[in-house]
Design a protein around this ligand. Structure first.
Ligand code: AVI
Length: 320
């Protein structure tokens, strides 16, 4: 029989692969070196993030869950009848279940970049809530995307929990809020979870858990670059570092080089000084006042804000 030559194995999504490579090459060529945090979330990264949320130090998830649970009736009252609920960066769908149990929603559109994880979670939710139309969208929600036709005529409510907005630079957060407004349409509403400015010791501990899960999450970015971009990072040659920047009211995560070293990515060389870092994430914290200014500047109005008794976390209800 004829010998069939198979094509070189291509990544599932070639455009996404090229964007990843371009971002990593540009980020490692810059000074200081940086890589966008959205690349943390391959399948293993998504699982490591879920593990972070269960560490004793990482208070945001359980604090926000507490607010959503305590205020479920008030939040449900903010959601119109037969609405489509659109969740940005849906992850494990734990939080939205609280809203779906409290509000009579017609359709649920989880949007996430991590395809395998999203499809698995959406299928599970469909089985649990057979009356609900679940319409997953695989997309990078930091770029424009379209909603499914099925929800065109329904009133829209966005849901963006977890303080993920804090991982955007302030100008990116403004752009996201504007895009979300355009996507959801006139009269839309948006429920947003935002981590509050607080005692730096509490903040720093949350990003330096004793079990080392956050360190593993940070280092997994290098593992992903090795696997998907043919790089040769030695994971044992980098430290995880998380510090609070008071002036910019943000946690910064870095990967610091333990030695002077050279790393190859897709045939290109990148040199590291001893102690030089790759800045991998900012996690901005907002006072209610700072957040109100951000939202107003992006065309939204803060209708209500719910917090926990310690005022560690805020859930804001926005209207256009
Ligand atoms: C997803 N995001 C809001 C998390 C945060 O707290 O900024 C990501 C994270 N990074 C380290 N730990 C958690």
């Amino acid at each position: 029989t004829a010998h069939v030559r198979l094509p070189r194995t291509l990544p599932v999504d070639d455009a996404a692969h090229r964007a990843f490579l371009a971002d990593v090459v540009a980020g490692l060529s810059a000074d200081p070196k940086t890589i966008p945090p959205k690349y943390f979330y391959d399948e293993r990264g998504s699982q490591l993030f879920e593990a972070i949320t269960r560490t004793p130090e990482y208070y945001p998830t359980r604090t926000e869950m507490g607010i959503l649970t305590a205020r479920a009736a008030d939040i449900a009252a903010f959601i119109p009848q037969d609405a489509a609920l659109v969740e940005f960066g849906a992850g494990a769908l734990t939080k939205v279940r609280i809203l779906l149990d409290a509000a009579p929603v017609r359709a649920f559109v989880p949007v996430d970049i991590s395809e395998a994880f999203l499809r698995g979670q959406a299928a599970r939710l469909s089985r649990e809530m057979p009356g609900l139309q679940v319409l997953p969208v695989v997309a990078d929600f930091t770029a424009p995307f379209a909603l499914p036709d099925e929800v065109a005529a329904l009133p829209k409510v966005g849901f963006f929990p977890g303080s993920t907005i804090g991982n955007f630079e302030p100008h990116e957060a403004t752009a996201f809020l504007r895009h979300a407004g355009a996507l959801l349409g006139a009269g839309a509403r948006l429920i947003l979870g935002v981590d509050l400015v607080k005692d730096p010791d509490v903040l720093v501990a949350a990003y330096n858990d004793a079990a080392g899960v956050t360190a593993e999450f940070n280092l997994n970015l290098l593992r992903r670059i090795n696997r998907e971009l043919g790089a040769n990072f030695d994971l044992s040659a980098f430290w995880h570092r998380a510090v609070y920047n008071r002036e910019q009211h943000r946690i910064e995560m870095h990967l610091a080089s333990k030695t002077r070293q050279r790393v190859r990515v897709d045939g290109r060389c990148f040199d590291f000084r001893r102690g030089e870092t790759i800045h991998t994430e900012n996690s901005y914290k907002y006072t209610p006042e700072l957040f109100r200014t951000l939202a107003t500047g992006a065309g939204w109005r803060v209708a209500t804000t719910w917090t926990d008794p310690q005022r560690w976390f805020a859930v804001h209800a926005l209207v256009r």
